[in-house]
Ligand binder design. Structure first.
Ligand code: XMP
Length: 314
C-alpha cells in the first residue's frame, strides 16, 4: 500500500482512540519512533514522550535519541532509571525472567511518569513479530518480547498499538515517509543489551558488551562503505559467561567470550548468517580483545541461520 495512505490511516485511527493525555516510551528505535511521530501528529501536545535510560542502551545512544527528537520538534523527557533496573535484575539469569523484570520495571517507571502527567493512554510500538512470537494463537512461545510479556495485569492505562499489524519492512517504509532519521538504523531489541549479556547483568559486563557492539557496528559499517561486504540487516556482539584460558604477554588469563552475530533478513522472522570477509572479522576480534583486555580473551563468529537459531542469543 502507498506509504502516505498507511500514515493517514494510522493517524486517523489514533485520533479516534486517544481523547486524553497519552504517554509513550521512546527508545529511539524505529518502532517506538514511528509510533511516537504518528501519535504526535495525531494528538500533538496530548502526547508525552519519555525516554527511559535502562542502562542497557548502546554507546552514545541516549544523546543521539535526545538530538533526534529535538530535531523533529518533539519534547522528549529523559529518565535515568538504570540503578533501578540493575538492582531488580541482580541474580536474574533466565532470559524470559529478564524480559519479565524489564517489562515490569518499564511499566513502573511509566506509572510514575503517568501520575506526573495524568496520562490515560499508553502508546506502544509493538509490531506483528513481537506478538506472533510471544505466543499469539496456536504458536509456541519462542521469546516473550518485553513490550508484551512484561505487562502486569493491574496496569491502569489504555494500550494503543498503531503498528500492531505491520512487519519491519513496512514500518521502515512508514519511517521513511515520515522522515524519521532512524529509519535506516538496524533493529535493536526492547530490553537492549540486557539480552546480549548472557548470565549476570553487572554494570561491568554490560559495559563490555556495549563496547564490543560498538566495535562490531563501526567495523561492519566501515567495511560496507569500502565495498568489502554488504551491510548486514542486524549486527552486534553478545557476551557469553564462558571462560577460557588465554595469554597476555607471559600471563595466563581466564576471560569471557564475545560472540559476533551478523545476519541478513527481511523482517526478523527468519534470517541467514552474513558472510563477512575474514580480514574484517580479524579486525573486529583484535579490537575487541585489545579494548577488553583481561575481561574478554576469545571472540567467535556465529554461523547459525534462523531457524534453527534466533537472531539474538537470548
Ligand atoms: P529473535 O532473536 O527472536 O529476534 O530472532 C527477532 C528480532 O526481534 C528483536 N528482538 C526483540 N525486540 N523485544 C524487542 O522489541 C525483545 O524482547 C526482543 N527480542 C528480540 C531482535 O533483535 C531481532 O531484530
Amino acid at each position: 500500500m502507498d506509504s502516505q495512505v498507511l500514515v493517514d490511516e494510522a493517524i486517523e485511527a489514533l485520533q479516534s482512540k486517544i481523547d486524553d493525555t497519552a504517554i509513550i516510551a521512546c527508545s529511539g528505535g524505529i518502532d517506538s519512533s514511528v509510533a511516537a511521530v504518528l501519535a504526535h501528529r495525531a494528538v500533538g501536545s496530548l502526547l508525552h514522550c519519555v525516554y527511559v535510560d535502562t542502562g542497557f542502551m548502546r554507546k552514545g545512544e541516549t544523546d543521539e535519541v535526545r538530538k533526534m527528537f529535538e530535531d523533529m520538534g518533539i519534547t522528549l523527557q529523559v529518565v535515568d532509571a538504570s540503578d533501578r533496573f540493575f538492582s531488580n535484575l541482580e541474580g536474574v539469569m533466565d532470559p524470559e525472567e529478564k524480559r519479565k523484570v524489564i517489562g515490569e520495571q518499564f511499566i513502573r517507571v511509566f506509572e510514575e511518569e503517568q501520575e506526573k502527567c495524568g496520562a490515560k493512554f499508553l502508546v506502544q510500538g509493538t509490531i506483528a513479530p513481537d506478538w506472533i512470537e510471544s505466543g499469539g494463537g496456536q504458536r509456541d512461545v519462542i521469546k516473550s518480547h518485553h513490550n508484551v510479556g512484561g505487562l502486569p495485569e493491574d496496569v491502569d492505562l489504555v494500550i494503543v498499538e498503531p503498528l500492531r499489524e505491520f512487519y519491519k519492512d513496512e514500518v521502515r517504509q512508514i519511517a521513511r515517509q515520515l522522515g524519521i532519521k532512524s529509519s535506516e538504523r538496524q533493529p535493536f531489541p526492547g530490553p537492549g543489551l540486557a539480552v546480549r549479556v548472557l548470565g549476570q547483568l553487572t554494570r561491568s559486563r554490560v559495559e563490555a558488551c556495549r563496547e564490543a557492539c560498538h566495535i562490531v557496528e563501526t567495523r561492519l559499517r566501515e567495511a560496507s562503505e569500502n565495498g568489502l561486504c554488504d551491510l548486514p540487516w542486524q549486527y552486534f556482539a553478545a557476551l557469553l559467561p564462558v571462560r577460557s584460558v588465554g595469554v597476555h604477554g607471559d600471563t595466563r588469563v581466564h576471560g569471557e567470550t564475545v560472540v559476533v552475530r551478523a545476519v541478513t533478513s527481511l523482517d526478523g522472522m527468519s534470517a541467514r548468517y552474513s558472510e563477512i570477509p575474514h580480514d574484517v572479522l580479524t579486525l573486529i576480534s583484535t579490537e575487541i580483545t585489545n579494548s577488553l583486555k583481561g575481561q574478554v580473551n576469545r571472540v567467535v563468529y556465529d554461523i547459525t541461520h534462523k531457524p534453527p537459531g534466533t537472531i539474538e542469543w537470548e
